[in-house]
Design a protein around this ligand. Structure first.
Ligand code: AMP
Length: 115
C-alpha cells in the first residue's frame, strides 16, 4: 500500500468513493469525472503502478479484475448494450493515477479509434 496514493486511500476506506463492487482482490467505484453515462474504475487492492508492474504473483488479482468487470457491467446495466475496458499506461497512454486501474465505460455509443 502506498500512503500517498489516492486509490490506496479509497481501498483503505479513507477517501470517499461511490463503490459499486468489492471483493477480496478488487474495488470498483464511479470515476469522479465520468466520460460516459457509466464510468467505473476497477482497481486491485494491492498497489501496482500500472499494467507493466504486474507479476505472476498477481495472477489471482488479474482474474478477479475480469470477474469484477463482468459484475460491474451487469450491475450498471451496460452488459446488454456493450461497453469498453481501458487501462492507460505511461505518458502516451495518458495515465494520471499510478495505481493500476481499468476504466469501464458505457451507456452511450463510444467513438473509435480513441483520440
Ligand atoms: P488515468 O488518466 O487513466 O490515470 O485515469 C485516472 C482516473 O481517475 C481519471 O478518470 C480520474 O477522473 C479518476 N480519479 C482520480 N481521482 C479519483 C477519485 N478520488 N475518485 C474517483 N475517480 C478518481
Amino acid at each position: 500500500m502506498a500512503t500517498e496514493c489516492v486509490f490506496c486511500r479509497i481501498v483503505r476506506g479513507e477517501s470517499p468513493a461511490g463503490v459499486v463492487y468489492r471483493d477480496e482482490h478488487v474495488v470498483a467505484f464511479h470515476d469522479v469525472a465520468p466520460q460516459a453515462p457509466v464510468h467505473v474504475l476497477v482497481i486491485p487492492r494491492k498497489h501496482v503502478a500500472s499494467v507493466l508492474e504486474l507479476e505472476e504473483a498477481d495472477d489471482a488479482a488479474v482474474l478477479a479484475i475480469h470477474g469484477a468487470i463482468r459484475q460491474v457491467a451487469h450491475l450498471t446495466g451496460i452488459a446488454r448494450t456493450g461497453f469498453r475496458v481501458v487501462t492507460n499506461c505511461g505518458p502516451d497512454g495518458h495515465q494520471t493515477v499510478f495505481h493500476l486501474h481499468y476504466h469501464v465505460l458505457g451507456g452511450r455509443r463510444l467513438g473509435w479509434p480513441p483520440g
